[in-house]
Ligand binder design. Structure first.
Ligand SMILES: [Zn+2]
Length: 321
């Protein structure tokens, strides 16, 4: 057992890496894991791993264990017990109930939503084409069966969510005009990512969320859920996502390969390239994984310092008011 990561650490930082077990880790997921790990280490915090396995159609048997094994081979030891979302569904059901009449059943198929947007003149291919038109907001049409459960988003000023991302800076999103009423329980019966992530981040005491920039757009939805459920809002930091030659985010669907082939040189083939993707300056003199982490933690601290006062003021300006 490693003696380094234990709960004698500062209690004012808890972060996490939350992979989906749809396949082995690829470079894109390593970058996200590394950023969250470095941020937790740099602030002497706890770093937890949560397996986001709620999409039973996409889970690959054994991928969770493979992911955990790859993290360990990379020298990334998590604190506490790993959590599986599939074992926590009672918590999501309780949260859905707590939301009461803010949540309503929706009977629309994808096609009906698309058709309705076409009729209303929303141009396809723009963000507006993704916004739910509110068809079932005031009740289901006669003879319709509920498929999904949606959360009513607020109107007017209450729909505008602002936050300062620690790396990307100030963000603003209007949930009414840019997102629309969003799904909390899907037509296939699975819990939606937005609800599960908010419930678990609060239940696990997350103070800091560090993840890929593809989730930047989800943050306002999560803040709205935190507000409705009376949960604390963590600090957010989003790192760039790794894309392939076609500009697509690396994923199993876009053919991303596992970086861990069991016996390869993870230091040079995975860790150093991932750190450099994050813009960290890592010298060529690094020859061991522990030396890599030592250098990378310092480089991460320098990167955040350069990003200005987007490092967490709560943790860096003690006593300055
Ligand atoms: Zn509907």
């Amino acid at each position: 057992m490693q003696a380094t990561n234990h709960f004698s650490r500062a209690a004012n930082y808890t972060g996490r890496f939350a992979p989906s077990p749809t396949g082995p880790l690829h470079m894109g997921s390593l970058v996200a894991a590394m950023a969250s790990y470095l941020d937790a280490q740099a602030q002497h915090g706890h770093w937890l791993v949560r397996i986001e396995d709620l999409d039973f159609d996409r889970n690959v048997p054994g991928a969770d264990q493979q992911i955990l094994h790859s993290l360990q081979r990379c020298g990334m030891q998590w604190d506490g017990e790993v959590v599986w979302q599939s074992r926590r569904q009672a918590l999501y059901a309780t949260a859905l109930q707590q939301l009461g009449t803010q949540v309503y059943p929706c009977a629309c198929s994808r096609k009906e939503i698309a058709d309705s947007l076409l009729r209303s003149g929303a141009t396809t291919g723009t963000a507006a084409s993704q916004i739910y038109p509110g068809t079932c907001r005031h009740g289901l049409a006669a003879g319709k069966t509920p498929r999904a459960w949606r959360l009513r988003v607020p109107d007017g000023d209450a729909a505008v969510f602002r936050f300062t991302d620690r790396l990307c800076g100030p963000q603003v999103q209007n949930l009414a005009t840019e997102v629309g009423d969003f799904v909390l329980k899907r037509a296939d019966g699975f819990w939606a990512y937005q609800l599960a992530v908010v419930v678990d981040d609060a239940a696990q005491g997350m103070t800091h969320v560090v993840r890929g920039a593809d989730l930047l757009d989800s943050t306002a939805r999560q803040m709205y859920l935190q507000q409705l459920l009376g949960l604390p809002v963590p600090r957010y930091l989003h790192v760039p996502v790794v894309t392939n030659a076609d500009g697509e985010k690396l994923s199993k669907q876009t053919g991303a390969l596992a970086f861990d082939r069991g016996d390869n040189d993870l230091l040079h083939e995975a860790l150093i390239p991932a750190a450099r993707f994050l813009g960290l300056i890592i010298g060529d003199n690094i020859t061991t994984i522990p030396a890599f982490w030592h250098a990378a933690i310092s480089a991460w601290q320098r990167k955040l310092a350069q990003a200005g006062q987007q490092a967490d003021p709560q943790l860096t300006s003690h006593g300055s008011g």
